[in-house]
Design a protein around this ligand. Structure first.
Ligand code: AVJ
Length: 303
């Protein structure tokens, strides 16, 4: 984490990796974001899942090993637990160990019959999946929430390539992908009135202060999120409100008044864009969307 932070802050355009949002506090703030009126993503994805669960279940077939990437609060997982037929095992992969343990504990109480094997890992780098022999029919990677949108297209491709190499040749993926839409709707989703997204963004600095002994003056940074139509992505930044220096260990970082740290990209895709992106590894078998075509859930099969 230290290396990644120092490297990011040495860039011309300062940046910090979005995965650092998710300490325990950040995971809770994100959970709050998912309930915001402006944040249509989670609600829409859940509705698509609910409405098409029968078809999805048919695609998946019996006894899947359900692998969830960035499982967070696993709220959509409960739906799969109830509607997929006979899950062989549930393997949540998450970077936030504290949070994952909490979630796994409550899932085990609610579903004592499902074998749950948590994997603490950063799925953006190499990770190992448990060897479950022939206790399952097919691996299904569940990657909801449009988290794939955090990757630049080139990073998304290396992620897909790495994922393809750790999963079975006949594996499938159920992935949530946020779609291109009106700029106003997109920008509202990342600039909520209550300021939860702003708190989520700033929490990254609090975390770096705590974990790396840095001295960011959190109040001297302002949340800024906008849609870049050309790149098809929301960018989140933290903008320095004054000229200031920040110390991390023996390193100093200088900020001009108005200079920003780029903390997140959230790419939005058209259905054609996305099919192109995955094309080397996965075939798009089926796509479900809401009526407004705000969001999609896609069933991909390894090629
Ligand atoms: C969890 C990465 C999908 O990009 O919409 C929410 C994170 N950032 N509000 C997103 C997020 C600001 C979210 N993802």
């Amino acid at each position: 984490m230290r290396t990644e932070v120092l490297e990011g802050l040495q860039q011309q355009q300062k940046e910090l990796p979005a995965k650092l949002f998710y300490d325990e506090k950040g995971s809770e703030l994100f959970e709050q974001i998912t309930y915001l009126d402006e944040y249509y993503l989670t609600r829409t994805e859940r509705a698509i899942l609910q409405e098409n669960i029968e078809e999805i279940s048919e695609q998946v077939g019996p006894k899947p090993m359900l692998i969830e990437l960035g499982s967070g609060s696993s709220s959509k997982t409960r739906l799969l637990f109830e509607k997929l037929s006979s899950i062989a095992a549930y393997v949540p992969v998450d970077i936030s160990e504290e949070y994952l343990l909490k979630v796994v504990n409550s899932l085990r109480m609610e579903y004592p019959k499902i074998s749950i094997i948590p994997v603490f890992a950063d799925y953006t780098s190499e990770f190992d999946l448990p060897d479950l022999g022939d206790s399952y029919e097919k691996q299904l990677v569940f990657f909801p929430g449009s988290t794939i949108g955090n990757f630049r297209p080139a990073e998304a491709k290396s992620f897909l390539s790495a994922l393809a190499s750790v999963t079975d040749e006949d594996s499938a993926m159920l992935i949530g992908v946020d779609l291109k839409k009106d700029k106003g709707i997109l920008e509202r989703a990342y600039n909520d009135k209550q300021g939860i997204t702003a708190a989520f963004n700033k929490n990254m600095l609090a975390r770096i202060n705590r974990e790396l002994g840095a001295d960011f003056d959190i109040d001297a940074f302002k949340h800024h999120a906008f849609y870049d139509e050309e790149q098809g992505r929301i960018e989140m930044h933290l903008v320095s409100q004054k000229e200031q220096s920040v110390t991390i260990g023996d390193k100093q970082f200088h900020f001009e008044d108005g200079e920003s740290i780029h903390t997140e990209n959230s790419y939005k895709y058209s259905l054609a864009d996305f099919e192109n992106l995955v094309d080397d590894w996965y075939a798009v078998e089926e796509v479900w969307t809401d009526e407004q075509e705000y969001f999609s859930i896609q069933y991909l099969k390894r090629k």
